[in-house]
Design a binder for this molecule. Structure first.
Ligand code: NAD
Length: 368
């Protein structure tokens, strides 16, 4: 069975880190008969330079038709002055919108070899493995009205609107419960029901969805501010956290940074399952941006991109063993003391992007 992957390396370090993922894909195709069929397009500044748009209609159609999209990063100073609607980030927003990617998954995993470099105490983060499921297409970032009005008395009034409908909460909590079943079977839902009506509805709908379809999963509720505190106090109490767009934006950054550098953090964005095939549209991308300060220098850490590919294997192709093998290869290379500059520590050996990718592939081959 073929598996179509559409690669959008983008700008800056995006293409450099995507090259390392391609090494893994080529090996899986040649040695393991994985059957990945690759196509590649342009997004962000590179698409702007070629087509005057942040993503062409042709590439958008390919993204919609693929089993999964692997996305590098977009942006950079070269495109700071391009018009707002064709700025590099518009390519990513269009992909999220047209693919209807409503669920954003951000794991926070602490590799044992990096536990000592967390800003928290080692025993608080060692062995950490949590997953934040953030609602991505609703809430206050999209709700209307969204205005700034001049009140005419020297004052202005800004309004953002937090809106959630039942179906949006049902589908995101469904994703969280289903993922919890593949992990430690626990979901903590976070909102602010004490001060927000959307929080009241969120709490109600998550509880009802749980009762109706997922009562085998352990469900707890926490106010989002308390959740933030608990994330830095004792993050290992959590398995899956489900929350709205705004709280998810903040809490996933907090959780992610418990574990080290931006260069280590993968993410997945999923859509609804297709009624016929059951397949979800999906885009996988590192959390980091295009890192213009190190682009072209061979210093980028490819692990976030490689771990995003591992998420793709897990969530789009149900290749759980292969995904685990990549994660284990990354852990092992870190254990051996190899580090890119962003995670460099005393006594370790600094390597470049290509060497890190090669070391991970070597480890993967060894364990195969
Ligand atoms: P950034 O994530 O690109 O970089 C922040 C810092 O982290 C930099 O010092 C960078 O060198 C370092 N860093 C990031 N990824 C790294 C990696 N893999 N290895 C080693 N070091 C790494 O964020 P920024 O500097 O705020 O933004 C740069 C550009 O990226 C901007 O144009 C911004 O709009 C864009 N951006 C894009 C995305 C995306 O494509 N999803 C996300 C964030 C920022």
């Amino acid at each position: 069975m073929t598996k179509s992957l559409f690669l959008l390396p983008g700008d800056g370090i995006g293409p450099e880190t995507m090259t390392e993922v391609r090494k893994l894909i080529d090996w899986m195709n040649q040695e393991k008969g994985a059957g990945f069929v690759l196509d590649e397009g342009l997004v962000g500044g590179s698409a702007h330079d070629a087509h005057g748009k942040a993503i062409s209609d042709d590439d958008m159609a390919k993204a919609l038709g693929a089993d999964a999209v692997l996305f590098g990063a977009v942006g950079g100073p070269k495109w700071d002055d391009v018009p707002y609607d064709v700025r590099p980030e518009a390519g990513l927003l269009r992909l999220r919108k047209e693919m209807e990617l409503f669920a954003n998954l951000r794991p926070a995993i602490c590799y044992p070899a990096l536990a000592a470099s967390s800003s928290l105490k080692q025993d608080v983060v060692e062995g950490l493995d949590i997953l934040i499921v953030r609602e991505l297409t609703g809430g206050v970032y999209f709700g209307e009205p969204k205005t700034i009005t001049d009140l005419g008395n020297g004052q202005k009034r800004a309004v953002d609107t937090q809106v959630y409908d039942t179906y949006e909460i049902e589908r995101i909590s469904g994703v969280a419960f289903e993922l919890a079943r593949t992990r430690n079977n626990k979901v903590c839902s976070m909102e602010k029901r004490n001060v927000m009506k959307t929080g009241v509805l969120w709490n109600e709908v998550v509880s009802a969805t749980h009762k109706e379809k997922y009562s085998d999963v352990e469900l707890t509720h926490m106010l989002a501010d308390a959740g933030g505190m608990q994330l830095v106090r004792w993050p290992k109490q959590f398995d899956v956290i489900v929350t709205d767009n705004l709280f998810g934006d903040m809490l996933s950054d907090v959780a992610a940074m418990l574990t080290g550098s931006l260069g280590m953090l993968p993410s997945a964005s999923l859509g609804a399952p297709d009624p016929k095939s059951g397949k979800r549209k999906a885009l996988y991308e590192p959390v980091h941006g295009s890192a213009p300060d190190i682009a072209g220098s061979g210093k980028a850490n490819p692990i976030a991109m490689i771990a995003s590919f591992a998420m793709c294997l897990r969530y789009s192709f149900n290749m759980i063993e292969e995904a685990a093998a990549i994660d284990a290869a990354v852990a092992s290379v870190l254990e051996q003391g190899l580090r890119t500059g962003d995670i460099m520590a005393d006594g370790c050996t600094e390597v470049g992007t290509g060497e890190m990718g090669d070391a991970i592939l070597y480890q993967l081959r060894k364990s195969a």
